[in-house]
Design a protein around this ligand. Sequence first.
Ligand code: A4P
Ligand code: MG
Length: 380
Amino acid sequence: MAQRAISPKLSQALIALGSNLGDSYTILESALEALNQSSGIRVEAQSHWYKTKPIGPPQPDYLNGCALLQTTLTPHALLATLFAIEAEFGRERRERWGARTLDLDLLLFDDVILQTPDLQVPHPRMNQRAFVLVPLAEIAPDWIEPRSQRSILELARAIDTSDIQPLSSRSGAKLSRFAKRGEALPHPSSLIPKSMPLGSEPPQLLEHRLTYKGRKFDFEVNRLRLPNQSEGDWECIRHPGGALVIPVTSEGKLVLVNQYRFLVQGRLLEFPAGTVEIGENPLETIQREIEEETGYRGNQWQKLGEFFLAPGYSDEVIYAFLAQDLQLLEHPPEQDEDEDIQTVLMTPEEVEKAIYAGDLTDSKSISSFMLARPILLGSS
Ligand code: A4P
Ligand code: MG
């Protein structure tokens, strides 16, 4: 009798990845690659990586993240594969909760609840752990944790997440090779400008259509209902913010940069500025950027203000500063490889003229100059 081929059942599983020994970023990315190459497993989505404070005995900070797998394996066979990959990356089991090159935990497997001596699913401690729930909420916000019957997003919102920080792209993170899927999530709270009256009239999220996670910012399309009840699709750029400086030399000249901008196919005159890295504060950002872009170090700093750059489609906030007591560095840091920048010195009067003549057209530079004008030119 002819045998009918039985196609193996396809399941979805969520795993947690952690590392706090060795080159954790490379280990974690390579472990995902190894999983994707393993028989019966496909990596469907991965979260960002997060720097997290250790739970357990004193040890270095962890890098943690989560991934969504599609698998034809049983839960036990999947656990065996996770162990094999841990071993491949030099994992030694010494003390419980101790430092490790790679920890792979099975968090959830379809809606299975399993209580065996060597495997418990859902992972018994996942609901208390921010280092699990926050990355998990990026890729599976609506997944119902079968013991509590609560969604991952609800569980993530119920715990303290102050000890975890998304890894900044400058620390090595790059575009992931695996698609990232997920609901629109609020920005990490560290990025929400606290002094701004945000969030008092939230829209209702009807449907999350698309997310593209980029190196510097993310793009989303959401179907929303606004407070006035109108509905529609909104495209938006989720941006961690930008920091800008107006540097003033001891001669009273302002330091600007002439920078190639591919979108305008030419050079623009601007004040030095840079993207706030995730987890960084804007003053740190701009103190780094001014040295990279101009070779000057600012020794005296003053906040000028903060403003939205283009709130119709982006939540980017510009944090503007004034720097005085400049010092030209003998060995300035290298410019970012992708930048082409020359510095230009101008008096405040020349800058104002350039704005009105249409020679300085960068909006964040114009706005910041207006904030600094009373200091630079008096209130006339
Ligand atoms: N085991 C049972 N169920 C599972 C499951 N769902 N997934 C058994 C994986 N393993 C499961 O695990 C111990 C035993 O648990 C295994 O033999 C397996 O059969 P392990 O990986 O050898 O040891 P472990 O990871 O130290 O223990 P455990 O209990 O899994 O620890 P946790 O709860 O995972 O905590 N702090 C930060 N910031 N980030 C971390 O990633 N990780 C831990 C480990 C502690 N503190 C941390 C982090
Ligand atoms: Mg483990």
